[in-house]
Unconditional design. Sequence first.
Length: 189
Amino acid sequence: MHDTHPHAHPALAEIQALFDRRGHLVYGEAITQTDHALQCATLAEQAQARPSLVLAAWLHDIGHLQHQDAAAAVAEGRDDAHEALGAKFLHRWFGPEVSEPVRLHVAAKRYLCAVDASYVHGLSPLSQRTLAIQGGPMGPAEAAAFAQNPFCDDAVMLRRWDDTGKQLGQTTAPQAHFMAMAGHFLQRS
């Protein structure tokens, strides 16, 4: 169990509790939920993304941590809608600059498959399997509409970090670093 400051924002306590309860789980990739989150956020920081997008990268799969059994949903070929669940959770405290890239990161995968013929071949086996569950590549009209979304670019960047942040043994910033970043973000809100 990780300690959070007793006067910390309730969001931080809830986020920490979710990572404590389910961050050690895997859902078809070679690494844990926590390792994946830290890798994605570290990649975002290395790309000099603004803090809200770094937080979105760190918390993009928080819906998996909220789901009662995300691994079973994937195994059974069901969409756990983790992006919607996570975005709803995050919007309460962080607003759309964090929640919208999270909400759109699955749609961004579908979008990238539609606009970049080579993209699908770089997806992990799990991401290729879930692509079908999540609706497959977007059609031309859906892709054009997605490209007009004001959070399209953020969602696409987040998606690329999501695809890359699945490596065993990667060095990342510690969870406390991103928790502190979230605390500073909340204080400014």
